[in-house]
Ligand binder design. Structure first.
Ligand SMILES: [Fe+2]
Length: 343
C-alpha cells in the first residue's frame, strides 16, 4: 500500500494505492484535472473517494466532480451531505487492492471527522496535525471529544506509525505517532481540561469563504442553486433536540415538518418523521409561496445531520416565517434517540 500527497500545498489530498486500485482522500474541487491525469498516468482504477470530514476551507468535489470520477464517496455516518454513497463508522474497512483502510471515528474538529489507518500509516484529516490539531470552534466542534480521540485512539497506534495530516502550514509532509506524543505542543503533557481551555481560546479568525464553502459542502447544492444565508442568520436559528421536536409533534396543533433531504434519503435507511413534507433543499425557495399558510405557525425543518436544515431554517426565517425550529442532529439523532420513523 502506497501513499502520495497530490497538492503540494497547505491543504492536502492523498492518493492511497494498492496494486492497480486507488482511493482519493480529501480531493479539492479545482484540482480534479490533476487527479484524473495522475490516475490515467498510473493506469489506476479509482475505487473510492474518501472525505475525512465536511471541509470548511475548500470546495469538495460536488455532484459534477463525483459524476466525472465515477467512484463511490465514503464519509462518516454523521456527515450531512446527500452525495455520500457509503456511510462508515468506527471499525469499518474501506478496501483498496488487496488491502484496506480502517476507520477511526475521531470527532472534535467536526462531528463527522474520521482518521484512516493503513499499513504503517494513518491519515489524520484535521484531527491531529503536525505539532498541532484541527480547530474546534466551528459549529459542531468539540475540543473534549477531540482530546479523547487523539489520546485514546490515535496515540494508541504504534509509535512508528507515519502520520499524514490534512493540513500543514509550514511545508512539512509527515510525522509519526511517537513524535507527536513527545513534541506536539498542544498535546504533550497537556490534560483534558487544559486542552479544552486552550482550544476554546485560540481566537482564530473565521475564514472569509466559510459560509459559501461550508454550506455547499454540507448540502451538495451549488451556491447558484440555493441563496445560502449568511453566518449571522445561521447562528440565530432555534435548535430543538429530537425529544423536544417529538413533544412539539404531540402538541395541538402540531407543527409542519419540512424535510429538505433528497427523495432517496427520505425513503432510505434513516426514514422520515411521520407526516413530514419533502421539499429538497434546492427546491425550497421555489416552494415558499405554497408554504405561505405556515408563516405564523410552527415549522420544524429536518435533514440528515442538521446542517442542511439549519440553512433551510435560516432561509425560512428570512422569508418571514415566524416560528421556525431546526431538528438538531437531524434524522441521525432522531433515529439514535429511538423515535419512530416511516420509510
Ligand atoms: Fe477541516
Amino acid at each position: 500500500m502506497d501513499v502520495a500527497e497530490l497538492n503540494f500545498a497547505h491543504c492536502k489530498t492523498y492518493l492511497v494505492t494498492d496494486g492497480r486500485e486507488a482511493l482519493l482522500v480529501d480531493p479539492v474541487r479545482e484540482r480534479l484535472p490533476t487527479y484524473e491525469a495522475r490516475l490515467a498516468e498510473g493506469g489506476l482504477r479509482l475505487v473510492g473517494v474518501v472525505e475525512t470530514h465536511t471541509h470548511a476551507d475548500h470546495l469538495m468535489i460536488g455532484r459534477a466532480g463525483k459524476a466525472r470520477l465515477g467512484a463511490p464517496v465514503f464519509m462518516h455516518r454523521a456527515s450531512p451531505s446527500p452525495l455520500v454513497d457509503v456511510h462508515v463508522d468506527e471499525g469499518d474497512r474501506i478496501a483498496v487492492g488487496s488491502g484496506a483502510l480502517s476507520v477511526l471515528h475521531t470527532p472534535g474538529h467536526t462531528p463527522d471527522s474520521i482518521s484512516l489507518v493503513g499499513e504503517g500509516f494513518v491519515l489524520t484529516g484535521d484531527t491531529l496535525l503536525i505539532g498541532g490539531s484541527g480547530r474546534t470552534d466551528f459549529a459542531g466542534g468539540d475540543p473534549g471529544a477531540q482530546y479523547d480521540a487523539i489520546t485514546q485512539k490515535l496515540f494508541a497506534l504504534p509509535d512508528e506509525t507515519v502520520v499524514y495530516p490534512g493540513h500543514d502550514y509550514r511545508g512539512r509532509t509527515s510525522s509519526t505517532i511517537g513524535e507527536e506524543k513527545r513534541t506536539n505542543q498542544r498535546l504533550a503533557g497537556v490534560d483534558r481540561k487544559a486542552y479544552i481551555e486552550r482550544m476554546n481560546n485560540l481566537g482564530l479568525p473565521v475564514p472569509e469563504r466559510i459560509q459559501e464553502v461550508l454550506q455547499v459542502n454540507q448540502s451538495g447544492c451549488e451556491a447558484e442553486e440555493v441563496p445560502f444565508p449568511p453566518l449571522a442568520d445561521l447562528g440565530a436559528v432555534l435548535q430543538r433536540s429530537p425529544q423536544e421536536v417529538a413533544a412539539l409533534l404531540r402538541s395541538d396543533p402540531p407543527p409542519l415538518v419540512v424535510d429538505v433531504r433528497e427523495p432517496e434519503e427520505f425513503v432510505g435507511e434513516l426514514g422520515h418523521v411521520e407526516g413530514a413534507l419533502l421539499v429538497p433543499m434546492d427546491a425550497l425557495v421555489g416552494r415558499l409561496p405554497r408554504l405561505a399558510e405556515w408563516v405564523d405557525r410552527p415549522v420544524v425543518v429536518v435533514c440528515r445531520a442538521g446542517a442542511r436544515s439549519r440553512s433551510a431554517a435560516a432561509l425560512l426565517a428570512r422569508a418571514g416565517f415566524r416560528h421556525v425550529y431546526n431538528l438538531e442532529g437531524g434524522m441521525v439523532a432522531w433515529q439514535a434517540a429511538g423515535l419512530p420513523v416511516q420509510h
